[in-house]
Design a protein. Structure first.
Ligand code: FES
Ligand code: FE2
Length: 331
């Protein structure tokens, strides 16, 4: 089945999203997994259903061993499973064969990628490693599971006209001035400007996220199909790389979250970190809200200007993993 683009790499989490010895549920391709980080920072992942009677391992806890590795303990009858999925049955005193097949992870620095156990068709983009080397990590935000399919989620992210509707209460964007689109296959770049209406001091005090908003939002979206979109923003104080991550949890459930990176030119920039996260969180909430309020299979009878990003998504989706004509570069 193609609707979840099997064969693409998915970024399941940034290490900062996992607490040491605290199990966390992650879903991919309709299967739930339990992820946990042990005392030496190693990340483990097993299917979440306990092979005894199906309890969710992510609802259990971790137990640390002498070498600082840890096992996940089932909340139902307290069987413990190590990273290989082996357990020790009460009274036996020795390890069983693996009862659960670990999910294969690819760890690059703090980034936890996975192909979900499916044959690899598309390489992991290197860009996040470059961003991590060049910028400071500000934090993660807006980890949201939305009841929508992957295609609808990606279309929303590459829709350069939805600011006026979906994000109107926040941005007060007057118009979108589209610049250019560079189509390099599974990678693309969109450049546009969005002048924002002035907010009063009162509005700023009520919504401090507005403080981080310039008069004109100069947008550069760097897209890496299908799992990553980076919004590059720059102001006098510094630069941000706001990384939007997508994970197909199941056919009709898609997860998104943001990893925020920044590079300050001015000490005041640091203080804005939380504002950026706050602003980004509101943006994702608004997107999640509209995605739950559309009929995704409605035939599109009307086409607006600047839907090139969505055309790019549709082409890549339809031909995945191959890239076929047309080339959508403009200007
Ligand atoms: S269901 Fe997990 S130990 Fe019984
Ligand atoms: Fe949006």
């Amino acid at each position: 089945m193609k609707s979840m683009l099997q064969g693409a790499p998915w970024l399941l989490a940034h290490k900062s999203m996992l607490f040491v010895n605290k199990p966390r549920k992650i879903s991919l391709y309709g299967t739930d997994y339990v992820l946990w980080k042990d005392g030496v920072g190693k990340i483990n992942a097993l299917p979440n259903a306990c092979p005894h009677m199906g309890a969710m391992l992510s609802e259990g806890w971790c137990e640390q061993k002498e070498d600082k590795s840890s096992v996940v303990v089932c909340p139902f009858h307290a069987l413990e499973f190590d990273a290989e999925g082996c357990t020790i049955l009460p009274g036996s005193g020795k390890k069983t064969l693996p009862q659960l097949q670990p999910l294969e992870l690819i760890i690059q620095g703090d980034f936890i990628w996975s192909y979900g156990g499916v044959e690899t068709k598309v390489p992991i983009p290197n860009i996040l490693n470059e961003v991590a080397a060049d910028y400071e990590f500000i934090g993660h935000t807006a980890d949201t599971s939305v009841e929508t399919d992957l295609l609808s989620m990606l279309l929303n992210m590459h829709d350069y006209n939805h600011q006026n509707g979906t994000h109107r209460p926040l941005f007060k964007i007057e118009e979108v001035q589209f610049g250019k689109f560079i189509d390099n296959g599974h990678e693309s770049h969109a450049f546009y400007n969005m002048p924002t209406a002035k907010s009063s001091l009162r509005e700023k005090l009520q919504n401090t996220a507005l403080l981080a908003l310039p008069k004109v939002i100069e947008g550069h979206l760097e897209n890496h199909f299908p799992s990553l979109v980076i919004f590059h923003g720059e102001s006098a104080l510094g630069k941000v790389a706001q990384c939007h991550i997508f994970v197909p949890e199941s056919e009709m459930r898609t997860r998104t979250y943001i990893l925020m990176f920044g590079k300050g030119k001015n000490p005041a920039f640091k203080m804005l970190g939380n504002n950026f996260l706050q602003l980004a969180k509101v943006v994702v909430e608004q997107d999640a809200d509209i995605l739950s309020k559309i009929y995704p299979n409605t035939p599109q009878k009307i086409k607006l200007n600047n839907e090139v990003g969505m055309d790019w998504v549709r082409r890549n989706f339809a031909s995945f993993p191959e890239i076929v004509e047309p080339n959508f570069s403009s200007k």
